[in-house]
Design a protein around this ligand. Structure first.
Ligand code: ADP
Length: 212
């Protein structure tokens, strides 16, 4: 998306309002030695694009909000590394029973499974554990590697990826979280976790930054 360019007169009007607002259209026109009608289209553009606000009997003032276009800029600038959470990892041989306890203790919805070299081998979701628990009372005896979703079927991201890219992966694959990994040749080292909660937090921070 291209950032809206203001022409010279629009920039002058914006600067006047920013410095001296609230100010009426008449007063702005006087300052520029132009007719009120001449600057009317410029004022319309500036208010519609969100650069300025206008109120009857008050005049034009600087809204302090960033114009709508820059929401897109902020969004594409959001990186996984700025919003990721700490990952919770377990070893392949722990039991389903212990994994359930771990999930409660750590208060997470997904566990990542690693091998002895600490490389990512699997993912365990709430429903993976629930499914195994149904009608099974020997959960201490089942190792998680039997039930986990395993490599190479794991969707992951890296910390420099955009948050938008990570969000799209979660929606496309219908999953709640992604491991954030460093690919160091031999395997994937898990360094973070991106969840739908992180995406919601990012969504809110966007609104906050733009005073929406
Ligand atoms: P739940 O199963 O609790 O609804 P998810 O929607 O995250 O949670 O998981 C759905 C399925 O996808 C589960 O079988 C899980 O193992 C698997 N899964 C979860 N996250 C990933 C991932 N990042 N990559 C591949 N598979 C995943």
């Amino acid at each position: 998306m291209t950032y809206m360019e203001l022409n010279k007169r629009q920039t002058e009007i914006f600067e006047i309002v920013k410095a001296d607002g609230p100010i009426t259209g008449e007063q702005i026109a006087e300052r520029l030695k132009l007719a009120r009608a001449t600057i009317r289209p410029d004022l319309a553009i500036l208010t519609m694009a969100g650069f300025l606000d206008a109120r009857p009997r008050v005049g034009y003032f600087y809204s302090g909000k960033r114009p709508a276009q820059s929401v897109a800029d902020s969004m594409t600038g959001m990186r996984v590394r700025d919003f990721q959470s700490i990952p919770v990892v377990v070893e392949e041989n722990i039991s389903v029973y212990d994994a359930i306890c771990q999930m409660f203790l750590e208060d997470v919805g997904t566990l990542f499974v690693v091998d002895q070299s600490s490389f990512l081998t699997g993912v365990l979701s709430r429903k993976d554990l629930l499914r195994t628990s149904l009608g099974n009372n020997e959960l201490e005896k089942i190792p998680v590697h039997v039930i986990m979703t395993r490599m190479p079927n794991i969707t992951y991201c890296e910390k420099q990826d955009t948050l938008l890219h990570a969000a799209k992966k979660m929606i496309d694959k219908q999953i709640d979280s992604l491991p954030v990994v460093i690919d160091n040749g031999g395997g994937l080292e898990v360094v973070g976790r991106v969840t739908k909660t992180n995406i919601t937090a990012a969504f809110l921070s966007l609104a906050d930054d733009h005073e929406l």
